[in-house]
Design a protein around this ligand. Structure first.
Ligand code: SF4
Length: 342
């Protein structure tokens, strides 16, 4: 096909189906010690067939956003004070508990970083997977077990027919994470949220799990939200990246744009602090300082105490998330200047 024909075909392609939207979400944790402003206007979305990586240090709000989407925030102390979460255009925050329960698993499912504590040690993995088919699909025991074996096959657990009868402690860390993925996928969700799914695993197993998630995401055309603090993990699998800091999105871009030219000093700092094989001998430059306490977020740009580019305006005005192109946005007063630099 000629370039022109390719571009015509691309422009004729239907727009991707928007599955999930988080819109200006605010969450506070009201504790005896004070109010922590944990999310301060988080906005992102994921479409069918794409992977959005949500990246940030501990405490940036990545997991809290995911818990708010799933409706599993501990409340109290968590209170959603503003914003919307829409699944296929429907506002989830105004749904009944039963409506949300039905979306969990079939619409949106989640896998957690610590598979051992997420699995029940006293039941076989087969029982735990099959339970979803029994409870949510009304299947009998034998049929549900057969489906559990199929799910273990899907996540490439060898000898699934035998292993379906084993307990979580009989699986290695990587295999347990595969079981968690099988459980999350059992009801064929349209959106999968993976919260640091490989953190507890060694590097080789990490790569295998990421490959598996990417393969299943492509095959099922799911929307995948991959939460991580590790830029290295997302380079090969994400389509877009949203970077979070102090409960806000500070930069969003297609993955290659973000790696080539980050337009927020925090993202630049994250990239400078990871080792690169094409820059042998270069010193790693960690970001100085620590993320702010969410009970005392600095005025203006919350990153200003750590930012080498900070100017007086940064201490006074909160930078809005500025849309710089259809695919890029940055919450920095100097984003346009950074975009125009070579
Ligand atoms: Fe740094 Fe100022 Fe941009 Fe914040 S607004 S990231 S402090 S330059």
């Amino acid at each position: 096909m000629s370039d022109r024909a390719v571009s015509q075909a691309e422009s004729a392609a239907p727009p991707a189906r928007r599955l999930l939207e988080v819109d200006n979400l605010h969450v506070e944790f009201r504790t005896r010690d004070g109010v922590a402003k944990v999310l301060n206007g988080v906005t992102y979305h994921v479409d069918a067939g794409e992977t959005l990586a949500v990246l940030g240090e501990s405490g940036s709000g990545k997991s809290v956003t995911a818990q708010a989407i799933m409706g599993i925030l501990d409340s109290p102390p968590a209170v959603i004070t503003g914003g919307q979460i829409r699944f296929q255009g429907r506002d989830m925050l105004s749904m009944t508990a039963e409506q949300r329960r039905l979306i969990r698993g079939e619409g949106i499912a989640m896998i957690f970083q610590d598979a051992l504590s997420a699995l029940n040690p006293v039941f076989t993995v087969g029982f735990q997977i099959a339970e979803q088919f029994r409870v949510r699909r009304g299947m009998g025991r034998a049929e549900a077990k057969k489906r559990a074996i199929e799910m273990l096959d899907l996540v490439k657990i060898p000898n699934a027919k035998q292993r379906v009868n084993e307990y979580p402690h009989q699986f290695s860390g990587g295999m347990r994470q595969r079981v968690m993925i099988a459980m999350a996928l059992a009801l064929d969700p349209q959106v999968l949220i993976a919260d640091e799914p490989t953190t507890a695993l060694d590097v080789t197993v990490q790569a295998q799990i990421m490959d598996l998630l990417a393969e299943i995401q492509r095959e099922r055309r799911m929307g995948l939200i991959l939460i991580t603090h590790d830029l290295g993990v997302v380079a090969d699998v994400a389509d877009r990246i949203a970077v979070m800091y102090a409960g806000r999105i500070v930069e969003e871009a297609h993955v290659h744009e973000l790696y080539e030219k980050p337009l927020h000093p925090y993202t630049r700092g994250l990239l400078a602090s990871i080792p690169r094989i094409d820059e042998k001998g270069q010193e790693l430059r960690p970001i100085p300082g620590l993320p702010p306490s969410l009970m005392r977020i600095p005025p203006g740009c919350p990153f200003h105490p750590r930012c080498a580019m900070a100017q007086p305006v940064c201490q006074e005005k909160v930078p809005p998330l500025l849309q710089l192109s259809p695919t890029r946005s940055s919450a920095c007063h100097f984003a346009e200047e950074l975009a125009n630099r070579d």
